[in-house]
Design a protein around this ligand. Structure first.
Ligand SMILES: NC(=O)c1ccc[n+]([C@@H]2O[C@H](COP(=O)([O-])OP(=O)(O)OC[C@H]3O[C@@H](n4cnc5c(N)ncnc54)[C@H](OP(=O)(O)O)[C@@H]3O)[C@@H](O)[C@H]2O)c1
Length: 330
């Protein structure tokens, strides 16, 4: 096979560098399935990896990209055959296994999900890890008893990828959604996705969070961590459910046991990386059916593969809105 274009992340003198390289597909990491990549996407984690802002690459050099959608070129695993449309997200992709920012990827068959009926390859990457994680969080919260009748649900990091999709999916299921954002100027966008209320995160006083604050939320989708998650834990209603997804504001999390033992608050850890495959397939199936977002097109922009290197900075600065699809061979 001819050489392919790949966006590779390297390290030298403890500094991360990244850029396009022409590589021989034989150099790609091992896996049973060779895939022609149509689309990838950009998640916060991709920006951390490509720039070195987060020390999350576990093996250099590594082709970046935690998401990909494409079609099978060849497979030594009987579950996949040439021409099959597939999705691969998470696991070690883009951090310890060559990922989706390449014209061709070689991926272990156990990490691959057939593209669900009724979903295009483009749509699957408009969703990407962000959409998958939002849907997984909602599924887990509802299994823990969350329902629209319980009260309002707050989504933090609202204008980001996970945030935008969580708002769309929750509002579509009848929840009253409050969007907590650092960009109140994006109020019209958030309302168009289904948010009933916009909360400017600058108005929160996170300096002194009491063990129990005024109970407000039946559910919370948290993309920020840090003091925001501490405030959420203290502000949940009795039997409220939090899906802890992200760390855009920090890794630390200080709280007391009060929300848990006096209000029965449930804190769910959501990990998109290593979800067991039956649950992973079920969540993707739901994203094509009853959890299909209503506003995917409005929240998605597409960039050319060549424009990838210039796109990461806005993620680190918290300035992105919605989802970014990277067109590779599609
Ligand atoms: N657990 C998992 O498996 C999993 C899967 C996917 C993502 N994640 C994590 O979830 C988070 C969101 O991911 P994403 O792809 O949606 O990211 P994203 O598109 O970059 O959005 C993050 C949003 O968070 C807000 N934000 C950014 N920096 C902030 C800061 N310093 N302080 C407070 N708010 C800040 C901004 O929204 P506003 O301006 O609207 O507030 C920003 O748009 C990330 O931490 C990511 O690593 C985890």
């Amino acid at each position: 096979m001819a050489q392919i274009k790949a966006f590779r992340i390297r390290e030298s003198d403890k500094k991360t560098t990244s850029g396009f390289e022409d590589i021989d597909p034989a150099e790609l990491d091992n896996g049973e399935v060779l895939i022609r990549v149509a689309y990838s996407s950009i998640n916060y984690k991709d920006a951390l990896a490509a720039t070195g802002a987060g020390k999350i690459i576990r093996r250099f050099p590594c082709v970046g990209g935690i998401d990909l959608a494409g079609s099978v070129i060849e497979s030594s695993d009987a579950r996949f055959k040439s021409g099959d449309p597939v999705i691969a997200t998470s696991y070690d992709m883009g951090v310890a296994h060559d990922g989706g920012y390449a014209e061709v990827a070689r991926i272990p068959a156990d990490w691959i999900v057939p593209l669900p009926q009724g979903m295009s390859a483009f749509e699957s990457m408009a969703l990407g890890t962000a959409g998958y994680t939002a849907a997984l969080g909602i599924q887990r919260m509802e299994l823990n008893g969350l329902s629209p009748a319980n009260g309002p649900v707050i989504v933090t990091g609202a204008t980001g990828g996970v945030g935008s999709l969580a708002i769309d999916l929750l509002a579509g299921r009848g929840y009253k959604v409050t969007a907590l954002t650092g960009k109140p100027s994006e109020g019209a966008y958030l309302r168009a996705l289904g948010a009933a209320e916009i909360l400017d995160r600058k108005t929160l006083d996170l300096g002194k969070i009491r063990a129990l604050e005024k109970p407000q939320w039946a559910g919370a989708v948290d993309n920020l961590g840090g003091a925001f998650l501490s405030w959420l834990a203290s502000s949940m209603q009795v039997s409220g459910t939090i899906a802890s997804i992200g760390l855009a504001a920090g890794m630390d999390f200080k709280t007391t046991v009060a929300p848990f033992i006096l209000r029965g608050v449930c804190l769910l850890g959501i990990d998109s990386g290593y979800t067991p495959m039956p649950l992973r397939r079920e969540v993707w199936r739901r994203l094509a059916t009853d959890l299909r977002p209503r506003h995917l097109a409005e929240m998605t922009r597409t960039i050319a593969f060549d424009d990838l290197p210039g796109a990461f900075g806005a993620f680190l600065d918290g300035q992105v809105r919605g989802r970014t699809v990277v067109r590779i061979g599609g």
